[in-house]
Design a protein around this ligand. Structure first.
Ligand SMILES: Nc1nc2c(ncn2[C@@H]2O[C@H](COP(=O)(O)OP(=O)(O)OP(=O)(O)O)[C@@H](O)[C@H]2O)c(=O)[nH]1
Ligand SMILES: [Mg+2]
Length: 536
């Protein structure tokens, strides 16, 4: 194997996804603890005591106890280089989560065992399936009362239409949850709780018939566990690893992230069952990860991660070749050449300059203000990746600066947030108010984040006025020239342009949209921007 292939083979790049609050950030933290990347896990539950996690570093995240932005964490574990991406669960931030899914090779789907599959989990799962991303399932919160476990497995199979294979099975649930049984190694892992789960949970490993296991469980729990295990075994299927790598089977793991139960087994399984970086589709065909020419694409921009350095990081997923310091690359959108002198390994908000990176790695490029979300960088400029999904906005607000003296920081802050895609800007066809900016978002929390960050990162107050539109449609290329000028729009609907100048119509209600499309079928209305419109 060449050096390049060997480096690719030892990389694992995955995202943690789920409905809000299932425990993604907590699990991320615990994977870092077990991966040796953190000595002490800052429990998410203890956030109120300022004991923040490595992943939720933003002030708003610490305050609210939710993730509003994805986080990249790179670390080494047992000869592997792991790129772990924690994502926000809330649907208002799904554009960020979907972008992250373009940059990974596998996903861990976290399910709250008390709740089962929730709406956002289902949506994210579908995105993974469309992209062919294999999924490992972590059934979390076994330390609480759960739903019937076999029913949860059935639910995965029926709702998601995927085979679910429990690689391990819990011994007890709720207050009686003592550990998990590894069905492949045929070993019981019995854990002890530690205070707030800050340290690894002491574990004893034993055979199922061992006295240690019987002693650890009360007799009801033990018998129930043995009975369920024999039901699972009676189903007879063996774990089909090849199918799991293709995304047809999801291996299922049980545990409690907060208590560190089952985390080690999940980490080991990730190394065993998540695939190394694969070939990526580009406009010109597949790009192999061990292709010697460097290529990668930017999937995220984040400013002000380090309050001491007010700078902007472009997160790039390396897709092929070898990144080395000072590598000359071509930025495909502008055709300009750059030398990548300032590339970093990222760990939450921390960063460290790196000298080399390979396919699968996510690297942070600091100080390249031209780089935007979706841009490709490559050695010869011939590759273009078309990865980044767009969403139609559903919320609109006017943002204004109540304090003219703060004009400059306000403009600078807003520009940065637009770069990051925290919110988007649209321009009404008939300008009404030059003093405010019309913002568009998938969900209203995005506006809240924008206002919060303007204040905390740029020191400026802002005023937000909600607007009545709830639907946006782009005008398709089939629309005859001038047709739009000739029609009268339904009440309260307006014409606008997106950031790249593409024509849109904003509608207040589904009925107004329906009215226009029935009355004027010549106007092609698209849910997403017409192709070839660059998002910049
Ligand atoms: N009882 C129990 N609570 C847990 C467990 N894992 C996480 N939690 C709690 O669940 C809550 C949500 O956890 P997070 O890790 O922030 O959830 P998340 O999925 O990252 O949430 P978002 O990023 O906002 O979507 C916190 O209060 C955690 O302490 C667990 O194993 N057991
Ligand atoms: Mg989170």
């Amino acid at each position: 194997m060449s050096d390049l292939s060997a480096e690719v083979a030892r990389r694992r790049t995955f995202a943690i996804i789920s409905h809000p609050d299932a425990g993604k950030t907590t699990l991320t933290e615990k994977l870092l603890l077990y991966g040796g990347a953190l000595q002490l896990a800052g429990s998410v539950t203890a956030r109120k005591n300022q004991n923040a996690s490595a992943s939720d570093w933003m002030e708003l995240e610490r305050k609210r106890g939710i993730s509003v932005s994805s986080t990249v964490l790179q670390f080494d574990y047992e000869g592997r280089r792991i790129n772990l991406l924690d994502t926000p669960g809330h649907k208002d931030f799904s554009e960020d989560t979907y972008r992250v899914l373009t940059a990974v090779d596998a996903a861990v789907m976290v399910i709250d065992a008390g709740k089962g599959i929730e709406s956002q989990t289902l949506k994210l799962f579908e995105v993974c399936r469309l992209r062919g991303i294999p999924i490992l399932t972590f059934m979390n919160k076994l330390d609480r009362e759960t739903r019937d476990l076999l029913e949860l497995i059935d639910e995965i199979e029926n709702t998601l239409q995927i085979h679910a294979f429990p690689i391990n099975w819990p011994m007890g649930t709720g207050a009686r949850f003592r550990g998990v049984y590894d069905r492949i190694a045929q070993e019981a892992h019995l854990y002890e709780r530690t205070v707030r789960g800050a340290y690894k949970a002491p574990v004893r490993v034993a055979g199922i018939g061992d006295a240690t296991v019987k002693d650890a469980l009360d007799s009801d729990t033990y018998h129930h566990f043995v009975e369920q295990l024999s039901l699972l075994d009676a189903a007879g299927a063996a774990f089909d690893r090849a199918d799991a790598l293709k995304g047809g089977t999801t291996p299922v793991f049980f545990g409690s992230a907060v208590n560190n139960f089952g985390v080690q087994l999940l980490l080991e399984a990730l190394l065993a069952h998540a695939p190394p970086p694969a070939a990526r589709r580009s406009r010109g065909g597949l790009v192999a990860p061990d292709d010697p020419g460097f290529s990668g694409f930017v999937f995220k921009i984040q400013g002000n991660m380090d309050p001491k350095h007010r700078d902007r990081i472009a997160f790039l997923r390396v897709c092929s070749g070898r990144f080395t310091r000072d590598l000359p690359v071509i930025h495909s959108r502008t055709g300009r050449s750059y030398r990548l002198a300032n590339a970093h390994k990222i760990f939450g908000r921390e960063r460290e300059i790196i000298d080399a990176a390979y396919a699968g790695d996510v690297i942070g490029l600091v100080g390249y203000s031209d780089f935007g979300i979706g841009d490709t960088l490559s050695a010869d400029g011939a590759v273009t990746f078309d990865e980044i999904p767009r969403f139609a906005p559903e919320c609109f607000s006017r943002l204004s600066n109540p304090n003219p003296a703060k004009y400059k920081p306000f403009a600078k802050g807003l520009e940065q947030l637009l770069r990051e895609g925290v919110v988007r800007v649209v321009t009404a066809h008939e300008a009404t108010d030059a003093k405010s900016t019309l913002l568009a978002a998938v969900g209203p929390l995005q506006f809240e984040v924008a206002q919060f960050r303007l204040l905390s990162e740029y020191g400026v107050e802002s005023r937000l006025e909600p607007m009545p539109w709830t639907l946006a449609r782009w005008i398709g290329p089939k629309t005859p020239p001038g047709a739009l000028d000739a029609v009268g729009l339904p009440m309260q609907s307006i014409r606008a342009r997106d950031e790249s100048g593409a024509d849109m119509i904003l509608f207040p209600t589904p009925w107004s949209l329906q009215y226009l499309s029935e009355k004027h079928p010549e106007i092609e209305l698209l849910r997403l921007p017409p192709v070839n419109t660059s998002p910049h």
